[in-house]
Design a protein around this ligand. Structure first.
Ligand SMILES: Nc1ncnc2c1ncn2[C@@H]1O[C@H](COP(=O)(O)OP(=O)(O)OP(=O)(O)O)[C@@H](O)[C@H]1O
Ligand SMILES: [Mg+2]
Length: 374
């Protein structure tokens, strides 16, 4: 493993009772990379991050952070990183300043370094107006800023941020992403988020997890090209309203346009998009290597149709994300029998709602039945 590998996961697995939350995931993150860690709800993002930050241990495989094993050298690992958990645990009775000082004390930061670092994180996280306020009186977004500030206070080389922007307002989000770009030049950042636009602006690389497995890992361009499909939108005039129709003959009927488009070589899928009565608009999908636009243009010209729009969209990260993770969503919407599960013993924050559909629902049924009887 080269010195430049700051985060290394090897066959990392985690089971909670009978449930496999992570299934042999492998990845590495190099110095200076900002990597987007994506996946639908329940995919295993937070579980991975909690292992990397030594909050829970893996049940298989191993992980190294800054060259230190999370199991053998957890203190070294913790020294190397700043971690913002999805729900940052904060001491609500402390003021923001007290909390930051407390976080700095835990990190053995001396007073003058604290003052310098605090100035910096207060600026970055926009906390100047609330420094003296008790955390319990802060809004959700501000609490998240405080969590972020504690992750940055010791100026760590590695940042592991679990949905850091989910509660920030749009201005703060944009500022945070700008900041991330700046700090990412010398740091390593693993950033989980559901906001794909955020990944597009701040990360050059993404890892997509689904059902505890990595389904894509690479530069965003490569991931976008992964599906190999391209979408076209073509719109031809159906009626010119009160103005004279400029096409040849009468405006085409929907069926005629649909038939002709379906016969164009390379069209894999064809569907109508909603429009008003002035146009027929269709969406076509084809393989990436074959550009359909010349053929579509030629077809419209041969038929004498009035072409209103012809557009080619390469796949967005969002399309690819949906294609790769759609299985998770389908499973979420089907009630299938699920084996009852044991609770995980080393779980310290008990956020185990979610996966035990079968046991949770039978539990609920039992409770309803009991209430009925009483
Ligand atoms: N302590 C636990 N005990 C039992 N199951 C757990 C526990 N922690 C997580 N899980 C389960 O492991 C799976 C992965 O959870 P995880 O929190 O890593 O998902 P995630 O990708 O972070 O999702 P989200 O986007 O909703 O935050 C889920 O099915 C979750 O219910
Ligand atoms: Mg999570």
């Amino acid at each position: 493993m080269s010195n430049d590998v700051m985060i290394y996961a090897n066959d990392l697995s985690k089971t909670f009772g009978a449930f496999r939350a992570l299934d042999k995931i492998n990845f590495e993150v190099k110095r200076g990379e900002i990597v987007g860690f994506l996946g639908p709800n329940g995919a295993g993002k937070s579980t991975t991050m909690r292992i990397l930050t030594c909050f829970i241990s893996p049940t298989g495989g191993f992980a190294r952070v800054n060259g230190h094993d999370v199991f053998d050298a957890p203190l070294k690992v913790r020294e190397s990183l700043g971690y913002l958990p999805q729900r940052a645990p904060l001491y609500l009775e402390m003021s923001v300043l007290e909390y930051l000082r407390f976080a700095a004390d835990l990190r053995h930061i001396d007073d003058s370094t604290f003052r310098k670092r605090a100035k910096n994180v207060v600026e970055v996280c926009g906390l100047a107006q609330v420094l003296g306020k008790e955390i319990r009186h802060l809004s959700h977004g501000y609490r998240q800023r405080v969590g972020l500030a504690q992750a940055l206070i010791h100026d760590p080389p590695i940042l592991i941020l679990d949905e850091p922007t989910s509660d920030l307002d749009p201005n703060e989000k944009a500022e945070f992403l700008d900041y991330l770009k700046q700090i990412g030049e010398e740091r390593t950042v693993l950033l989980s988020t559901h906001n794909l636009a955020e990944v597009e602006t701040s990360c050059a690389r993404a890892i997509i997890v689904s059902s505890g497995r990595i389904v894509a890992d690479g530069p965003l361009d490569e991931i976008r090209a992964k599906s190999g499909r391209v979408r076209y939108v073509i719109s031809v005039q159906e009626s010119a309203g009160s103005r004279p129709y400029r096409g040849r003959g009468a405006p085409p009927k929907k069926g005629e346009v649909e038939d002709a488009l379906g016969k164009v070589e390379g069209v894999k899928k064809l569907g109508e998009l909603p429009t008003d009565e002035s146009a027929h608009t269709f969406e076509l999908v084809s393989e990436q290597e074959h550009d359909l636009r010349p053929d579509l243009f030629q077809l419209a010209a041969d038929k004498g149709w009035v072409l209103l729009e012809l557009r080619r969209d390469t796949q967005t990260l969002e399309d690819v994300f949906r294609n790769l993770t759609i299985g998770d969503e389908r499973r979420n919407r089907q009630l299938s029998p699920v084996a009852p599960e044991d609770e995980d013993e080393d779980d310290e924050d008990d956020d185990d709602e979610g996966e035990a559909v079968g046991s949770a629902s039978s539990d609920a049924e039992e409770k309803v039945a009991k209430a009925d009887r009483s």
